[in-house]
Design a protein. Structure first.
Length: 70
């Protein structure tokens, strides 16, 4: 499984569970909305620092964004 797709799927799942738009998540994580979109679609390769920013904005541990939840 492509880790970029795993991270993207998990970010989207947690974002939707919190009722946030991509724009709101991007603001909370201090990222651009199009970057968040790219992460969710699995076309961006986020660094560990970006994963940490997203996890913090989503209120989860960074490891949760890397979990394979089939």
């Amino acid at each position: 499984m492509d880790i970029k797709a795993v991270v993207g799927r998990n970010v989207k799942q947690y974002r939707e569970a919190k009722g946030l738009s991509q724009e709101q998540l991007a603001f909370e994580a201090d990222l651009h909305r199009t970057y968040v979109s790219g992460v969710e679609r699995g076309i961006r390769n986020p660094t560990v620092l970006i994963v940490a920013k997203l996890a913090d904005a989503l209120g989860v541990e960074p490891s949760k964004l890397l979990e394979l939840n089939d």
